[in-house]
Write a protein that binds this ligand. Structure first.
Ligand code: MSP
Length: 531
């Protein structure tokens, strides 16, 4: 990719860099699906997009996982990483960069960044005493612990006592600067509930945090003292910066920051909010760098009402889910059924019901029955309709003309469930319109032009629905587009070319009689309900 200039036309976003202590679970897939949807939506709008994902490979948690299997940590990481790459392929994730924190070029970036912060006088040696959760890789306040010193997030893990000499980052120095920044950038932390959470935390007074560990060698040595290993989070957050380097560029901060910095959006789960919304901006302030535009903390997924996580051992295997139901189904369920930002649940029966209702019945059948009617009543030709012949009172036209803008706003606000609901209401209105208008009886009465208006309005609504859902269900949308005579595959990326630009395809009324309709085929097969 050529160097880009940071303009309004570029959009860089990140998923967290996932720990490789185990293969990915649905929680990691959730953030990555959402990030991919945002990336695809931006690409449709003609923006140059850089989607960054990757893995966080240092620290005690990984070291222990490797040791438990009797493997050297690097070998262990190298074995786990392909399972992430494989899952992203299965889920049709179009990432641009995969950042591994064990990459040698990453060490060069971390070293240079550390030096800046060091020269700014923000790192000093001190004594660290406290309770540490290895699964979170984070010190915990005693008051936040559960009974028997269990971590509030990894509820089956006990925290461990630490009393050691560490290097500290002077977070307290940035209290006022951070508060002023939050005030002047009200959209920096989203949703509002997370912003409030951060405000309350910062208002309690920020304390310096330790950025090195002793008795741990799986990590980068502290550049000024090789007896210490850099704290995994200090190194991990900088993985976002390393990812910005062009593949053949020398690993310097100047090169990394040249094109895409500052990042437009960090997508994360709520458990790592403080790191992204407090520690990270303070580290960047210290290094004299501009801050990212936005940090969005989504909620947690539960399974059948139970908390889910790698450490808790009740995870939902995303690979099995995709193999059983396909990538569009998985992507659709999590984004349609859960308000992004709130916690949400996975339950297989509900999952099947939602997919059958929305994708098989409402959307899939609508296309199928309409194409069959076009075959019967219009000799398989898209009716040649003059747009002005369809009155604005036509319910589908009225909805369709406004839909693109509404859905755009929803995607921009990361309100994926709203985007789906808006689109589905057009689909449902289209089903109702067919039932009300009964083109079969209009046809019998010889009202051919009325039949044509009805079928055109419905086909065009299905097209618009497919287009607007394409960031979420790219395979189904491609199938629909192909049946409507467009040779567009929403999974295809052509450098510099927008296959179906938002400015034209998001409007209602572009379907023309020039389109050669394809053979009607189900776009989503009904799933048998579980007994
Ligand atoms: N390595 C750190 C991130 C460093 S970013 C510079 C990390 N990794 S993680 O693999 O443990 O978690 C990655 C993401 O998965 C987090 O955003 C976390 O919120 C998310 N999830 C983990 N369990 C989850 C659910 N049960 N539900 C939804 N997301 C969850 O943290």
């Amino acid at each position: 990719m050529n160097l880009v200039n940071k303009t309004e036309k570029t959009f860089a976003l990140t998923t967290p860099l996932y720990y490789v202590n185990d293969v990915p679970h649905i929680g990691s897939a959730y953030t990555t699906i959402a990030a991919d949807v945002v990336a695809r939506f931006n690409r449709l709008q003609g923006h140059q997009v850089l989607l960054i994902t990757g893995t966080d490979e240092h620290g005690q948690k990984i070291q222990r996982s490797a040791a438990n299997l009797g493997k050297p940590p690097q070998d262990f990481c190298d074995e786990i990483v392909p399972s992430f790459l494989n899952l992203w392929d299965l889920l049709d994730i179009q990432y641009d960069r995969f950042s591994r924190t064990t990459a040698p070029r990453h060490q060069a970036i971390v070293k240079e960044f550390f030096q800046r912060v060091w020269e700014n006088g923000d790192i000093y040696q001190g004594e660290q005493k406290g309770w540490y959760c290895v699964s979170c890789e984070e010190f915990k306040e005693e008051r936040d612990l559960l009974a028997d010193k269990h971590c509030p997030i990894h509820t089956n893990k006990q925290v461990e006592w630490r009393d050691e000499q560490n290097y500290f980052f002077r977070l307290s120095k940035y209290q006022t600067q951070l508060e002023e920044f939050y005030q002047s950038h009200p959209d920096f932390i989203q949703p509002v509930s997370r912003r409030n959470e951060v405000f309350n935390f910062v208002a309690q007074g920020l304390q310096d945090f330790s950025i090195s560990r002793v008795n741990l060698d799986w990590g980068f040595p502290v550049p000024v003292d090789s007896q210490h290993t850099l704290y995994v989070w200090f190194d991990a957050l900088l993985g976002y910066v390393t990812a910005l380097l062009e593949p053949d560029a020398e690993a310097t901060l100047a090169n990394a920051l040249q094109s895409w910095w500052p990042i437009n959006l960090h997508l994360i789960g709520k458990d790592i909010l403080r790191f992204h919304a407090v520690y990270w901006p303070a580290m960047l302030m210290s290094a004299g760098l501009p801050l990212p535009d936005r940090v969005f903390g989504h909620g947690f997924l539960t399974k059948d009402g139970q908390k889910m996580g790698k450490t808790l051992g009740n995870t939902l295997d995303p690979i099995t889910l995709v193999e059983n139901y396909g990538s569009d189904a998985v992507r659709y369920y999590f984004l349609k059924e859960i308000e992004f930002g709130k916690d949400g649940d996975f339950n297989e029966i509900r999952f099947i019901n939602v997919l059958n209702a929305d994708l098989a019945n409402d959307l899939g059948n609508l296309l199928n029955r309409t194409l069959n009617m076009v075959k019967k009543y219009c000799a398989s030709q898209v009716p040649a309709i003059n747009q002005s012949a369809i009155p604005i009172e036509n319910p589908l036209k009225a909805m369709g003309l406004e839909l693109g803008e509404r859905v755009k706003q929803a995607y921009t606000a990361l309100a994926f469930n709203e985007a789906c609901h808006y689109v589905l209401s057009l689909v449902q209105a289209s089903n109702k319109f067919i039932d009300d208008q009964a083109p079969w009886s209009l046809y019998k009465q010889g009202k051919q032009s009325e039949v044509e208006v009805v079928l055109y309005a419905v086909l065009e609504s299905v097209r618009l629905a497919a287009y607007l859902l394409s960031p979420i269900i790219p395979n189904i949308s491609s199938d629909i587009y192909q049946q409507l005579g467009w040779g567009i595959n929403f999974n295809e990326q052509k450098e510099g070319a927008i296959l179906a630009p938002f400015c034209t395809h998001s409007t209602w009324g572009i379907l023309s009689d020039k389109q050669i309709l394809g053979t009607p085929k189900p776009v989503f097969k009904r799933i048998e309900t579980l007994k």
